[in-house]
Design a protein around this ligand. Structure first.
Ligand SMILES: O=P(O)(O)OC[C@H]1O[C@@H](O)[C@H](O)[C@@H](O)[C@@H]1O
Length: 293
């Protein structure tokens, strides 16, 4: 797709952050959104007449080569620290590299954007595999993501990933997440101990967990009322993260009290759900975010 076709698309404005990150601002009759080709990252999404469905830090750094704190960064081709080489970047390289815009379409009800990342010398130096990854957004009053990875190599490879979505909450200690009851999780706050979830997930301090073998719908509740629905297919892990007061205060790209207004509920495949792709094999996943009620 050549850039002029993006120029011809209605509802969008191509801009740049003060630090030079290219941005796609979308103002559509059904929704408003902000995208960047870096990491194929959705930064903001708000259905027209509704509340924002994603959170972005007021201290986020919008600079080429830096990961942006908010929206939906894509952690790929590994989630968290690299399994054997801790010196490699946390959460892989996909979130800080520019993806190629392959397709953009608009009509009066919806818009679609497809971004592609393919191996090159830079990615092979970090991860010696040939691959193609695609992230397609379908926006209407809800936000739908399709993630696809194909092994273009002659050898199988392992990968883990997460669609690292940041959601807004009014007050974290009055928020909860349903849909994970009776599932096992790895508790990263206590040295990755394996635990069993009982009831909804609630927040009193730092929470950093990888829920395993998940695939059922989830809901973020605010003061007991449903606020945001999250559904996924093909994502067998759910990561729930809130840094809590102490860790948040150490993060340069989050205001000290920022942890009170956000929660990450990330759909992907990590830890026990790490994937193996044979040559020519494709993995496909889908995630949908919508306002509840
Ligand atoms: O600061 P980063 O690299 O964006 O990571 C943020 C958090 O991302 C979460 O997904 C991880 O489970 C946490 O351990 C991590 O701290």
């Amino acid at each position: 797709m050549n850039p002029s076709s993006l120029d011809a698309l209605p509802y969008i404005k191509q801009t740049e952050s003060a630090d030079g990150l290219p941005l796609i601002e979308i103002d559509h009759p059904m929704f408003q959104a902000l995208l960047t080709k870096q990491g194929a990252q959705l930064l903001q999404f708000q259905p027209r007449g509704g509340q924002p469905l994603l959170w972005m830090s007021s201290n986020a750094i919008l600079k080429p080569g830096k990961s942006v704190r908010g929206g939906i960064p894509v952690c790929f081709p590994w989630f968290g620290p690299h399994p054997t080489q801790p010196q490699l970047p946390q959460h892989g390289f996909a979130r800080t590299l520019p993806w190629r815009l392959e397709m953009a379409q608009a009509d009066a009800m919806s818009m679609r954007f497809c971004f592609m990342l393919q191996d090159d010398e830079q990615t092979q130096a970090l991860w010696p595999h040939r691959f193609q990854a695609r992230l397609t957004f379908a926006f209407s009053v809800e936000c739908e993501l399709y993630f696809e990875v194909e092994n273009l190599d002659t050898q199988p490879f392992e990968l883990s990933y997460a669609l690292h979505s940041y959601f807004p909450v009014k007050q974290i200690d009055q928020a909860s997440i349903s849909g994970l009851d009776q599932l096992n999780y790895l508790d990263k706050v206590s040295g990755s101990q394996r635990k069993l979830q009982a009831g909804p997930v609630v927040f009193a301090g730092e929470v950093d967990r990888i829920y395993l073998h998940t695939e059922q719908p989830m809901q973020i509740h605010e003061q007991g009322r449903p606020a945001i629905n999250i559904e996924s297919e093909g994502c067998r892990s759910t990561i729930v993260w809130n840094p809590g007061a102490e860790k948040c205060a150490q993060m340069a790209d989050m205001p000290d009290a920022g942890y009170q207004q956000m929660v990450c509920v990330e759909c992907g495949n990590a830890a026990d759900n790490t994937l193996q792709l044979a040559p020519g094999e494709r993995h496909r996943a889908r995630m949908v975010i919508r306002a509840a009620g």
